[in-house]
Design a protein around this ligand. Structure first.
Ligand code: SR1
Ligand code: MG
Length: 418
């Protein structure tokens, strides 16, 4: 009975797997050994299923409402958007996304690779394990997927078809509201510690900052460069260092040299659409700023420095990979090498302003970040203030600062002064 699968439970997952021919080679649905529901994000059910022979898959099913607020309806069609993004990204860069096994549009279920031997990067950062190699891997992922899904890597008619297929109005509107608008107005989603109220009032009263956010929102809403992940924060990245296990000590994981056989995967791309390439870079950059704010607040100044090297590594790997792909662009007739320089400059500027917006939204508005929220209140207040100041500085000073490294040095100084 199909209706049994409208909202999967641990009890119906076995029958569901048996109903999907595409999964027959992935797992033995007649010999299920364990089912765990592990979803901890804002929106979806996530099941990890093992059979008795050691095979496993992950099923992700969208709920018709925000998981943490059932009164907030949410289109289930976002599953189809995620399937579009994951399919295209797997084609462009299979090493940086989970294996994609099946999509069931009737029940809004994706079946993907079980990456239980990886860890969520945000949780690792919170516990002091930096995994510095991951920044360059994500830079390469963004470059490969951005190039392949832009008019540089696609026939122009196919690109327009992709724009249409990937349109994601409801989830894009969430970003427009939660990232670019609500933090700058009075809104019930905005909740901060009493000690941070004046900090937020100062941001909302800063006309230059609000203007930058208005322009960033315009860029987000009107730019159709490449098929972006759309929500590429550190909670959307799995990491596994080269040794194949997560190191016990913080210092062992800080090295970038581990990247040879490390595994880094971006997941959870339901907010994706054809948008500004710099948005994904900015999202990760922002969450590294939050991780650094946490490290600085708990007295891990050296670790904050390590973390703030990562936006530069992210950008450097992105730029190098994008430049390496440039000779393969489909239409070199008027897209000469000088065009590449302008494109990169534009993406870098977008990344910086989106990083500013995504830093501030995680402090002020809905959907906060555990980096800050799990701190005790006295440390949280300082970390939140530091992040707000760092976001403002990124937004306002980026025009005169030409490198991501220099911007990150300013971020570190801003966090230290908070
Ligand atoms: C209602 S969804 C809230 C947030 O969760 C996701 O991670 C996105 O960042 C979204 O803004
Ligand atoms: Mg998510």
């Amino acid at each position: 009975n199909d209706s049994d699968f409208t909202q999967l439970t641990s009890l119906t997952v076995g029958a569901y797997l048996a109903s999907r021919p595409a999964l027959a080679t992935r797992i033995d649905a007649t010999r299920i050994a364990s089912v765990r529901e592990v979803g901890d994000g804002n929106l979806n059910l996530v099941f990890i299923i093992h059979d008795e022979f050691g095979a496993s898959v992950v099923l992700k099913q969208s709920l018709p409402h925000v998981r943490t607020d059932p009164s907030w309806p949410m289109t289930r069609e976002r599953s189809a958007r995620e399937a579009t993004v994951l399919g295209a990204h797997a084609a462009a860069d299979p090493s940086h996304v989970p294996g994609f096994y099946d999509f069931d549009s009737a029940h809004y279920v994706l079946a993907i690779e079980d990456l239980s031997d990886h860890r969520v990067w945000r949780n690792e950062l919170n516990e002091g394990r930096v995994h510095g190699y991951a920044a360059a891997e994500i830079g390469r992922y963004v470059a490969r997927t951005a190039f392949a899904t832009s008019p540089l890597g696609m026939d122009p008619l196919e690109h327009k078809a992709l724009v249409a297929r990937a349109v994601n109005p409801e989830l894009a509107q969430i970003t427009e509201d939660l990232v670019f608008t609500e933090p700058y107005i009075s809104h019930p989603h905005n909740v901060v510690l009493p000690g941070n109220v004046a900090d937020v009032e100062a941001l909302q009263g800063d006309a230059a900052l609000v203007r930058e956010m208005g322009l960033a929102k315009w860029r987000f809403m009107t730019t159709a460069q490449s098929l972006i992940h759309g929500d590429l924060h550190t909670g959307s990245v799995f990491v596994r260092p080269a040794a194949g296990g997560v190191p016990a000590s913080a210092s062992a994981s800080a090295s970038a040299s581990a990247s040879a056989s490390a595994s880094v995967r971006a997941f959870d791309s339901e907010f994706g659409f054809v948008g500004p390439t710099g948005f994904d870079l900015g999202a990760l950059w922002a969450n590294l700023v939050l991780a650094a704010a946490r490290a600085e607040a708990i007295g891990g100044g050296e670790r904050a420095e390590q973390i703030l090297e990562l936006p530069g590594r992210l950008w450097g790997a992105f730029e190098a990979e994008y430049r390496a792909l440039w000779p393969s662009r489909v239409d070199p007739r008027v897209w000469g090498d000088d065009v590449l320089e302008s494109l990169l400059e534009g993406v870098r500027d977008d990344a910086a302003i989106f990083a500013a917006a995504k830093t501030i939204r995680r402090i002020v508005g809905f959907a906060k970040a555990s980096d800050i929220e799990t701190l005790p209140p006295e440390l949280r207040e300082r970390a939140a203030r530091g992040a707000l100041h760092a976001g403002r500085a990124l937004a306002l000073t980026r025009h005169g600062i030409r490198t991501v490294e220099a911007l990150s040095a300013e971020t570190l100084a801003t966090l230290r002064a908070a």
